[in-house]
Design a protein around this ligand. Structure first.
Ligand code: G3H
Ligand code: 13P
Ligand code: NA
Ligand code: ZN
Length: 328
């Protein structure tokens, strides 16, 4: 059944766990996540980015998620719009059936230019008002995602600041977070602590100077009733990088957010953990391996089944590690 993000994360807060929010673009990803949730009895957040809507189309996304809920009627599902950069995008998603929207006012409507604090407060407050009337939850963002190593937002396409960011822009200020929540009424707040989108987050296993996990507790202390969200939370498994490389892929040395650090984040108040890249890596690795091992195969279902299985494996690990298992 569909639930709102607020309902799901209230339960997570009461019981001290975090929920992975997996990005979805196609049938196999949705099937993989639902299978993993059924196997572990976990609640599910399926989120769609602007890129997902462009790839699959709004109607396909909606009906695939409806099919997931029909297939697994006992699993609570949040259908969340990831990184809306305008109020109009959020409004359209609500009309389309999403039970939760992210108004990312940390960036202007172009999804690239860092905004002023006043702009962010104003647009997020307006989206909260509109969404709460119809029982839809809202995630806001304060601070810009970006690498404390390089000052870069990360991915070149998709949502992320363009140009260099200052150290301050990339770390959410706890006191400002309190003011932001009071003025906007957001249900959940994405915070900036040094993570970034995509596969290239860190050039080494992150330590406290480049991944500010300690800041989470400081933010949580200011806004204990607002659920914290960690974006850019893929762990970038070295095993999957190795498989991709073994079968002809060309990926540079890179490190993600270690699962133990996410677990520390959950202990400090993180309730929603955004993951896209890890599923991409697992599916790509599995498809490359399948193509290499079965060169005469031309039924795409063969490689897609391998990809789905790999994605399911990642999802199960995250549900278990974040304390979701048994909470569905
Ligand atoms: O926001 C970042 C997610 O990884 C979505 O990526 O815009 O390529 O769909 P995307
Ligand atoms: P990753 O690129 O680390 O998977 O982050 C995804 C994300 O934050 C989507 O909003
Ligand atoms: Na989001
Ligand atoms: Zn994100």
């Amino acid at each position: 059944a569909f639930v709102s993000l607020r309902q799901m994360l209230d339960h997570a807060a009461e019981n001290g766990y975090g929920v992975p929010a997996f990005n979805v673009n196609n049938l196999e990803q949705i099937q993989a996540i639902m299978e993993a949730a059924a196997a572990t009895d976990s609640p599910v957040i399926l989120q769609a980015s602007a890129g997902a809507r462009k790839y699959a189309g709004e109607a396909y996304l909606r009906h695939m998620v409806l099919a997931a809920v029909e297939t697994y009627p006992d699993i609570p599902v949040v259908m969340h719009q990831d990184h809306g950069t305008t109020a109009a995008v959020c409004q359209q998603s609500i009309r389309s059936g999403f039970t939760s929207v992210m108004m990312d006012g940390s960036l202007m409507g172009d999804g690239k230019t860092p905004s002023s604090y006043e702009y962010n407060v104003d647009i997020t407050r307006r989206v909260c008002e509109m969404s709460h009337y119809v029982g839809v939850s809202v995630e806001g963002e304060l601070g810009c995602l970006g690498s404390l190593e390089t000052g870069e937002a990360g991915e070149e396409d998709g949502v992320g600041a363009e140009g260099k960011l200052s150290h301050d822009q990339m770390l959410t200020d706890p006191v400002q977070a309190k003011d932001f929540v009071e003025k906007t009424g957001v249900d959940a707040l994405a915070i900036a602590i040094g993570t970034s989108h995509g596969a290239y987050k860190f050039t080494r296993k992150p330590t406290g100077d480049i991944l500010a996990i300690d800041r989470i507790a400081q933010i949580h202390a200011q806004i204990p009733n607002t659920h914290l969200v960690m974006h850019g939370s893929s762990s970038v498994p070295q095993e999957w990088l190795a498989i991709i490389r073994r079968y002809g892929g060309d990926l540079k040395e890179t490190y993600g957010v270690p699962v133990e650090e996410i677990q520390r984040g959950i202990q400090s108040g993180v309730r929603k953990v955004n993951i896209d890249t890890d599923i991409r890596l697992a599916m790509t690795g599995a498809m490359r391996e399948s193509f290499a091992k079965f060169p005469s195969e031309f039924d795409p279902r063969k490689s897609l089944i391998a990809a789905r299985k790999a994605a399911m494996g990642i999802c199960k690990l995250r549900f278990e590690a974040f304390g979701c298992a048994g909470m569905g």
